[in-house]
Design a protein around this ligand. Sequence first.
Ligand code: FAD
Ligand code: DHB
Length: 389
Amino acid sequence: MTTQVCIIGAGPAGLLLGHLLKAEGVDCVVLERRAPDYILSRIRAGVLETITVELMERLGLDARMKSEGLWHDGFNLADGDRLIRIDMADLVGSRVMVYGQTEITKDLMDACDERGLEVVYEAEDVALHDVEGDAPYVTYSKDGAEHRVDCRFVAGCDGFHGPSRKAIPASVGKEFERVYPFGWLGILADVPPCNHELIYANHERGFGLASMRSETRSRYYVDVPLTDAVEDWGDERLWDELAIRLGPEAAANITRGPALEKSIAPLRSYVFAPMRHGRLLLCGDSAHIVPPTGAKGLNLAASDVHYASAALAAFFKANDHDAIAGYSDKALARVWKSERFSWSLTKLMHRFPEDGPFERAMQVAELDYIASSRAAQTSIAENYVGLPV
Ligand code: FAD
Ligand code: DHB
């Protein structure tokens, strides 16, 4: 098979990029290791920044998001009994959309046939070749047969563990990493949310987050030691812990229910630079990971894809090599700012095992400052709704 761009990975980054390229008249194909049902069973992010909403609007795939998603004007930081509301609408005149990554992915998948975006699911042994030259190609096997895709560019949208980043020689790239000493245990349940807005809580027993997918479906998280397993956390134990960490007011409104899904995600900050090598462009989790505090992972994948699709369209329409050359710096400038915000909110809202009274006093002082300063709240709000692309 021959195409202009071979996209590896059909997560949000790969599918968004595929649709954007198709809309620009650039030919592409997506190779995905998993089956569609498996991809749609992964419960991940839930908060969309303006850029992600705008990309779905640009593609004309925003109808379900607009009817089923929830606009949120604000969110809350809880510290013990104190609740600090960050009023994004008032502070920065913008808001976020609560709509699950699973739903975005479904909307993008459902539109593939109609828009002629070819996705090869259950593609095994995907391997990248000759990305340093002008004629790269990708090989894979499916149903026992070997296949080859000849292309002009490869887009590595294959998440943190995929083959794309590994195709860049260690001598060319640099890794920046911070691993955190806990993971987030998440529960999804068909119960009404305990609050109409999200609550991020810093409690002496640890972090808690009350989120939602709809008026009738809730998503909650607590941080747990990396040594804990999902089996250690029966539903009742988890609901009890959430009620403590989220504080008495939220606890009074928690409706308990059986878990539809429960999983533990480790927390990590990671950046690989540069995000382009020769004819290979990395987008999303293949190039960077943020800890989930701040809900930036999916949104960063969207902003990368925004830059990558523009660069690829400029190349194919106007032979603009500079656009390709500039992709990594453009994307990384925004990546680092989201990394900083996610890291700082993680530090502010979690109790680290190595922290002592001084570090706790710093958290309290910062929360006091945020509570009393419109400037501090504005900074948090502008980062949370998403910095400009
Ligand atoms: P992915 O969604 O990982 O998609 C990559 C795709 O590539 C996958 O479909 C994968 O199957 C495919 N792939 C991998 N290897 C190969 C291969 N060899 N060949 C072909 N295809 C391959 N973010 C938040 O903001 N909030 C959250 O609560 C949150 N929770 C998360 C929980 C977990 C367990 C994880 C892993 C991430 C979470 N994130 C969260 C982050 C967010 O989901 C990611 O940032 C987002 O999915 C990035 O999209 P992506 O398309 O770059 O990568
Ligand atoms: C959700 C996840 C996040 O990481 C976050 O910061 C807010 C909400 C969620 O899954 O709903």
